[in-house]
Every structure is written in C-alpha cells, then in structure tokens.
Design a protein around this ligand. Structure first.
Ligand SMILES: [Ca+2]
Ligand SMILES: [Ca+2]
Length: 553
C-alpha cells in the first residue's frame, strides 16, 4: 500500500516536472535562436547570451504562435541589451528582418532585451507584427509584448523602418528606436492597430513621406511617456502623422525638435468625407510650438490639454542620446551611475498628469534620504517619467494640483479638475481608481494648494539703482545710463525721452544704454522694464537734467 502511494507521488511529481517551464540557452544548448524557439513549449524561456547573432536562424525569427519569452541574459541592464545584437545584414536585394510575429501570438509572447540592427524589408525591417493581410490566412490580432529593446539603423522599403504593426495590439515598452528609415513611419508604422507604446525613445528616424517617428493609419495608438526628438519627414508629421481615422492619444510625452514641411511635430490627415473620424487627444505633453504647429487643415478633431506646454526640454545630451532631463534637484548620471545635479531644471519634470501614479519614480536618492534638495510630487514627462531614473526637481518646482501647468494653482485648475471628474464616468485615463464619485481627497488637495506658485512662475523684479541717480542735475550731454537688473530678468526694455511717459528705445540684455548726444539744460525721463519668459515688470520713471555741456558737462 505504502509502495503504491509512493509511486503515485512520483508520477505526480514527474507530471508536474514535464509541464513546468524549460529554460533554453543560446548558444550553450542551441546553435541559433530559431532552433531554441522551435523546441519550445508554451511557457518556456529562451535566454540568449551577449554576442552578435547573424545568418539563418538568427534573423527572420518566428515565434510560431508560442507563448514564450525570448530574452537576453538581463533585459534591464542597458549594457547587456547593447551587447546582445541581432544583426539582420539585410539590404535592398536581400530582405531580412529581426523578428516576425504573424501567428496570433498573445501577451505571453515576450521579446525582451535585444538590439536589432541592419534589417531591410518592405514593412517592419526590425520587427513585423501582423494579423495577416486581406486575402491571407487570418491568424487573429497579435498581442505580443516588446520590452527593453534597441531598434536602430533598420530600413523599411515602404512602411515601418523599425516596427510594422497590422491589425494587432502589441505593447511596446522601454524601447529605444533610432536612425530607422522608411516611407511611412520611420520607427513604427501602425495600420488598423491599437498599439500601446510606453516609455520609449524615438530619435533620428526619418521618412520620405509621413510620420518621421510614427505613422498611424485607422488606429487607436496610445503613446505615453515618449521622448520623440530629431525625427524628420519630408512631407507630413515630423514626429507623428495620423491618417484617415482613429483615436490616438499622447500623454506625458515630449515631442521636440522634429521636422517636416507640414506639422513639424504632428500632422493629422483625416478621411475627407468625415474628418471627425480622426480624434487626437494630447495632454500633459511638451509639444514644440504648441497647438499652432499641429498641421490640421483638413479638420480632424483635436482634444488639446490639459497640461500641455511648449518649453526647451533640457535633455542631458541629445547628441549622445542621453535624454534624461536636467535638474537642479537630482538627476541620474547614466555614465557614472550616480545621482548628480545641473545648473538648470527641465520644465518637463513633475509636469506629467498630476493624477497618474508615480510608478517607479524615486521619492528620494540615497545621498539625500530626507529629500533636502528635491521633492517628487508628480510623474515626469518623457521616456524616463515613471521609471527609477526619473529626475527629481528642486523644491517648489511643481504644484501638485496645477492641472494646466501654468505654474499656479487657481480657478483654471479647478475647472480642469472639475472637467476631469466629468470624464471619469467613461473616458478619463488620469483617474487611477476610475471612481465616478466626487473625489474629496483631490478636492481637499486642490484647496490645500490654492494659489501656490512654482518657483519658475515668476515675472522679474523691478530694475533698481539708476545711474544717473533719479532727480540728479548737471548731467553730461553724452551719458551712459545704467541700472541693476531685477531678479529673474533675462532682458531689459529701455524707455527714454523728454516727455513722461518716455518712449521705447531698445530691448537689450546689457544693463547699460547710451542714448546719444543730448540737449543742454533739458530734463529727460527714462524707465527700464524687466522681461523674462513669464512676462514684464515695469520699472519706475526716473528723471535727470543735463548741464550746460561746459567743462565736460
Ligand atoms: Ca517626478
Ligand atoms: Ca494652473
């Protein structure tokens, strides 16, 4: 009896062992990545050692519909990702891509931590994700997940230099896509798809026609915490072009320094019979040039805001691809692997959706455990927002309830907040608990922050210390006026003349002004208005009277 129980136990253990996931190592156990995948059952993991992988079996890699993970040895280590390379060695007469998802793979099909280079294909030179074209066998939408990949220097002869997505809904997270090329969608071309793209960097991608970084045709693209910069289109949408219909959304993102003749950042080109079928929502994002530079001459619907800004993003070093945001509080130094600080602070820090969770953003850094030098109140815009490498701003940089990001919490924010409450029944993405009820906690916060201002929300102080001194007499006929700049001023508007008020003469960054040769025994009036990006502060009118000009006077 005892023996029978024991044998049953052994059989059960054996059965359990045979269904548990296997780990398959490349190149230790398999000559190439495809061979490892071909041996996989659902739930298995293929782990690929650092190295450059080329040739058959290491390109055009097909998941074959399996629910498996194919990854480098540590997808979270950027240096491992950079060293685990799929070199497709493709060319115009030699089409090859990195990976090919075309068999209805679900969200348990995961590709993580590779660098994919030198792909060349009609569509999706880095990765193709497709439910099948019309007329082909339909395998159902692909819902695979692409995580922590670098997709660079791939060429789509037509669409999607980096990634092509057809009738599918993949998620693409923590990926960097640079210097890919095609006709439509330099990095990503999204056809009739609901791609969810989060925490990705798009830099230096280019197209002959539309969508320097991303092209979306009839789809509900979701772009969150993206950094999109230095991409170019020769026709429409340097960063993003949306075509025909769909409800694309952009939030907590930075679209800056992209170029195109129509819509350097964004172009919308809706179905001509019913332009309202294309609805773009942009919120809590830094869009270079703002709404006025969005190309929308065919009348698509734009929901603009709340919280959009247009400000220099202050990347650490765009030329070397370091898109962390400079901060006078704390900023992650990716080279030295330590927290440091900068002379300036990016407006994109703590300017994301105030109601979005901080996710992995640090509340303090190890060398400043009490948060003396910075305070993290809100998620950041850009690819590092919501991550452990999000910059922390100096104190006073953000107000939690400044919903419209103008630097002060007041009735305008109350309005945005109230409108958000209305949204929560159906469509708000910012309401983390989706509660349709009146949110007393947020209302209390709004009251608590009432009329709080950020440190950058400041017009300059008045100019002081005029020379010649106010009311002085016997002044020489060729004086040089000077003054002390008001705090926060970046330039000075000079007013001068023989009547009060004096007339505008010049705008200068110097704190001196030479009015030329003046008349004898005449009273002159002058005024300095201090200027910065938030406005102007008029100074008092000062007077002096010239002398006779004799003896140098
Ligand atoms: Ca933050
Ligand atoms: Ca405000």
């Amino acid at each position: 009896m005892r023996a029978k129980k024991l044998s049953t136990l052994i059989i059960l253990l054996f059965a359990a062992a045979t269904v548990s996931a296997a780990t398959r190592l490349v190149p230790a156990q398999y000559p190439n990545i495809q061979a490892a995948i071909d041996d996989c059952n659902d739930g298995d993991v293929v782990i690929v050692a650092p190295g450059t992988y080329t040739g058959p079996g290491n390109r055009d890699i097909d998941f074959r519909g399996k629910a498996i993970t194919v990854q480098s040895i540590d997808p979270n280590d950027t240096s491992i990702v950079a060293q685990t390379i799929i070199d497709c060695n493709g060319g115009p007469s030699n089409y090859h891509r990195g990976f090919d998802f075309h068999t209805g793979e679900d969200a348990n099909a995961i590709l993580a931590g590779f660098t994919i280079i030198n792909g060349y294909a009609d569509q999706g030179a880095g990765i193709r994700i497709t439910a099948g074209r019309r007329g082909e066998p339909q395998t159902g939408p692909v819902k695979c997940r692409i995580l922590n990949c670098i997709i660079t220097r791939n060429t789509g002869a037509h669409d999607g230099g980096g990634v092509w997505i057809l009738a599918s809904s993949p998620t693409i997270t923590n990926c960097t896509m640079t210097d890919n090329k095609s006709d439509y969608g330099g990095a990503i071309c999204c056809y009739e798809s609901d791609a969810v793209i989060t925490n990705c960097i798009f830099g230096g991608n280019s197209v002959r026609y539309n969508g320097g970084a991303i092209y979306s045709y009839r789809g509900n693209l979701s772009l969150a915490n993206a950094t999109v910069t230095e991409n170019s289109a020769q026709f429409q949408g340097g960063a993003l072009c949306c075509y025909y219909s769909g409800k694309p959304t952009i939030t907590n993102s930075i679209l800056y320094s992209n170029t195109a003749p129509r819509g350097p950042e964004i172009a919308l080109d809706p179905y001509y019979r019913d332009p309202s079928l294309l609805n773009l929502t942009v919120s809590y994002s830094n869009i270079c040039g703002g709404l006025s530079t969005v190309w929308n001459q065919r009348g698509a619907v734009i929901h603009w805001g709340p919280g959009n800004i247009d400000a220099e993003p202050c990347f650490v070093d765009a030329n070397s691809g370091d898109y962390h945001l400079k901060s006078g509080g704390w900023r992650w130094d990716a080279q030295r692997k330590t927290w440091i600080w900068d002379a300036v602070t990016s407006r994109c820090i703590d300017a994301g959706d105030p109601d979005a969770p901080l996710r992995n953003e640090p509340l303090f850094v190890p060398v400043d455990p009490t948060g003396y030098w910075g305070a993290n109140l809100r998620i950041n815009m850009g690819a590092y927002g919501g991550t452990a490498e999000a910059s922390i701003p100096p104190h006073g940089w953000a107000v939690r309830t400044d919903y419209n990001n103008d630097g002060i919490a007041n009735f305008a924010d109350f309005g945005e907040w109230a409108r958000n409450q209305g949204y929560t029944f159906a469509e708000s993405v910012s309401d983390s608990n989706s509660s349709p009820a009146f949110n007393f906690a947020r209302f209390a916060l709004l009251a608590d922050n009432w009329l709080s201002q950020t440190t950058w929300f400041q017009t300059p102080e008045q100019a002081t210390s005029p020379n010649p001194p106010d009311g002085s007499v016997g002044i020489r006929l060729d004086p040089v006026l000077s003054w002390e700049a008001g705090a926060g001023a970046t330039s000075h508007n000079v007013y001068f003349g023989t009547s009060d008020p004096p007339t505008f003469q010049a705008s200068t960054t110097a704190t001196t002004f030479a009015p030329g040769y003046l008349s004898k025994n005449t009273t002159y009036y002058w005024r300095i208005d201090e200027v910065n990006s938030f406005g102007k502060t008029a100074g008092p009118v000062w007077i002096f009277t010239t002398g006779t000009g004799g003896g140098g006077r």
